[in-house]
Design a binder for this molecule. Structure first.
Ligand SMILES: [Zn+2]
Length: 234
């Protein structure tokens, strides 16, 4: 009887202790959870790209090399390297990134015409109902051609182009050719804000050399990324 009572008392004590510790754990985890929610809110406000669908278009590819520099650097390879860097930044920033190509290939079909090729890129962006379209190119004119340019569709809001241009210039420190309207096919035919960036001149031997430098590629991507972030925060 005594043993039984002692056993019951011990059992009750254990039960009470158990309940107490369950309550404490619940409180503790509630506290932790609410702290997590605040952190999550802060995190989201610092992630302006969350829920944004951004199409990144590395210019040219496959049968179309794009411009070729004096030392045989091809535009299609440079644009893909920059686009991959940009994809990484945008994804980390919370955006959903759709690349028009992720390897050295034509986007439409192998050897497709220029217009089919451009339309294939436009179709990807329009069908995805993307929030932004960013086409990446390098400029070509002559050996003395120099600097950074960002194009937007004439008559459309120029904010995105201006922000991206300013941020690229502050990263790259090349001659600022400004943000300019242009009726490039991909700008005219996409249904969302769209820009076409020309980070530097592949036809200029000095800038051609920069364009194959991985640190320079990353700076281009950071400039575009910062401009896009500024556009969504404003
Ligand atoms: Zn190009």
């Amino acid at each position: 009887m005594k043993i039984q009572l002692r056993f019951s008392l011990t059992f009750i004590a254990l039960l009470v202790l158990g309940m107490l510790s369950t309550t404490m754990t619940a409180n503790a985890s509630y506290g932790f959870q609410s702290q997590n929610i605040d952190t999550l809110r802060d995190y989201q406000s610092k992630r302006p790209l969350k829920n944004k669908v951004i199409v990144v278009d590395p210019g040219h590819g496959g049968s179309d090399a794009g411009a070729i520099g004096p030392n045989n650097v091809t535009e299609k390879n440079v644009t893909l390297a920059i686009a991959r860097d940009l994809r990484e930044l945008l994804s980390a920033g919370g955006a959903t990134v759709i690349m028009t190509r992720t390897s050295d290939r034509d986007v439409a079909v192998d050897g497709s015409s220029d217009i089919d090729e451009l339309q294939a890129r436009v179709d990807i962006a329009n069908q995805a109902n993307a929030d932004l379209f960013v086409s990446i190119h390098t400029d070509a004119f002559a050996e003395h051609g120099t600097g950074t340019t960002t194009y937007f569709c004439p008559g459309s809001n120029s904010d995105l182009a201006r922000f991206v241009q300013d941020n690229m210039v502050s990263q790259l420190k090349l001659y600022d050719r400004g943000s300019q309207p242009s009726d490039f096919y991909v700008l005219k035919n996409t249904n969302m804000p769209a820009i076409l960036t020309e980070a530097a001149f592949i036809s200029n031997p000095k800038e051609e050399k920069l364009l194959i430098n991985r640190d320079f590629n990353k700076k281009v991507a950071i400039g575009i990324y910062n401009g896009i972030k500024q556009y969504f925060i404003q």
